[in-house]
Design a binder for this molecule. Structure first.
Ligand SMILES: *Cc1c(COP(=O)(O)O)cnc(C)c1O
Length: 414
């Protein structure tokens, strides 16, 4: 059984001050999880997690992660600005972008971020835009050479990202020629994997590639970035990834492949988003309408504009009707938002306890790629974000949008 990190009593207090819908984050859970990850990779002296900002772009969340020793992984100009304002500097920032605008590279260079190039043509592009740094990372797309895929990102040969294997060798040579001294290797090949093996297989694969690249080009490879992709159990019957065993598997691969090649000082980086925040956020919404036609519908005050994953990927998000945790799930509902889109459903044919108007619903596991994927379709406004602090109190970390925000880019009277 999945249990919310917040109690019904706590929520009833919070909604007195902050109306639903809102995303709520669990500071305690975030910190404990970050410490677990750090422990799993403690064997690697320079290990660092670069949190993927796109998963939960909120400066208060970023600061919490910074206190836990994390850096940030940015993919755009505004994510760089937000990271800078949250206190991240230089090597604490990874910039993993693609189809990158010139100004983004200029800002990344100004902040001293580690740039992760997505393509061999970006060497020239970056050089012209902002000059080449002395340390750089290249993103690898192994195509058919790496097998393991799922629904969100299909097999690497169909993915738009990264250098081919041959381009890596060529790219490293060009970069060496242009004075680059320190290298990193990166690959992001699958998303939301809940098997313990994915990260270990990816690590083995990248370690072997790094050894080859060193032999072929003489490049000094300083770090290997295993990127994101560790998943979370969205469904109650799924099991959590055992992060300690993942760390141990990566350690064994490191001992076996890198250490004998004199590469025992290579740093391991991760760029996790979902794993860091997913379970430590939820969307809180109120049941406002019920409708009984060919099916039974419960309408809530949140919609797909607040959480797109179910509408976009048919993703499962567990739902708890607060205060009715121990009641029999004897009713079959579609839980819907109010968009003029029939896919605006948080759940379809979900068995739940009987829902009364005014009941608070917790939609689980929205801490990553939740609020962040929000949009303004149908003129819907983005919700607030609230932090449930370690002492149990609630802090508003982003106010809800108002119509003024929605109209801010237009010159109209209303
Ligand atoms: C999205 C992304 C991540 C994080 O992915 P998760 O699946 O949330 O762990 C990491 N690195 C890059 C380059 C990404 O685009």
């Amino acid at each position: 059984m999945k249990k919310p990190f917040v109690t019904h009593a706590q929520l009833k207090e919070i909604v007195k001050k902050y109306p639903t819908p809102f995303h709520l984050y669990d500071e305690k859970g975030i910190r404990e999880n970050a410490r677990r990850l750090k422990k799993a990779f403690a064997w690697n002296r320079n290990f660092k997690e670069y949190f993927a900002v796109k998963a939960t772009p909120n400066p208060v969340i970023l600061k919490i992660l910074r206190e836990e020793g994390c850096g940030v992984d940015c993919s755009s100009y505004t994510e760089l600005l937000m990271s800078e304002s949250a206190g991240f500097r230089g090597d604490e920032i990874m910039f993993s972008s693609n189809v990158t605008p010139k100004e983004d590279f200029v800002l990344a260079r100004k902040l001293g971020a580690i740039i992760n190039l997505d393509d061999i043509t970006h060497i020239r592009f970056l050089e012209d835009a902002a000059g080449l740094p002395s340390k750089i990372c290249c993103r690898y797309n192994p195509g058919k050479a790496f097998e393991m895929s799922n629904a969100i990102m299909s097999s690497p040969q169909d993915a738009k990202y990264g250098f081919t294997r041959q381009q890596l060798t060529e790219g490293f040579r060009v970069l060496l020629d242009k004075g680059v001294r320190e290298f990193g290797l990166h690959a992001f090949l699958a998303s939301n994997t809940i098997e313990n093996e994915y990260y270990v297989k990816l690590a083995e694969f990248l370690f072997k590639t790094a050894v080859e690249l060193k032999q072929e080009t003489g490049a000094d490879i300083r770090f290997i970035n295993l990127s994101g992709g560790i998943g979370i159990p969205y469904r109650p019957e799924q099991k959590e990834v055992d992060i300690l065993s993942v760390g141990e598997g990566v350690r064994r691969a490191y001992q076996k492949i890198l250490v004998p090649e004199g590469m025992g000082d290579v740093a391991i980086y991760t760029e996790l988003g979902r794993y860091m925040l997913g379970p430590y956020g939820c969307l809180v919404t109120t049941a406002t309408h019920e409708k009984h036609i060919y099916k039974d519908y419960i309408g809530v005050d949140a919609c797909a504009a607040n959480l797109m994953r179910p509408a976009m990927y048919g993703a499962y998000h567990h739902i708890t009707v607060m205060g009715k945790e121990n009641e029999k799930p004897g009713f079959r509902y579609d839980i819907t938002g109010g968009l003029c889109e029939n896919n605006d459903k948080f759940a379809i044919d979900r068995m739940l306890p009987e829902i009364d108007m005014g009941d608070l619903l917790v939609i689980h596991d929205t801490g990553a790629h939740g609020f962040a994927m929000g949009y303004n379709y149908n003129g819907k406004l983005r919700s607030a974000e609230i932090l449930l602090k370690e002492d149990g109190s609630a802090r508003l970390i982003r106010r809800a949008e108002t119509p003024e925000d929605y109209f801010a880019t237009l010159d109209i009277k209303y």
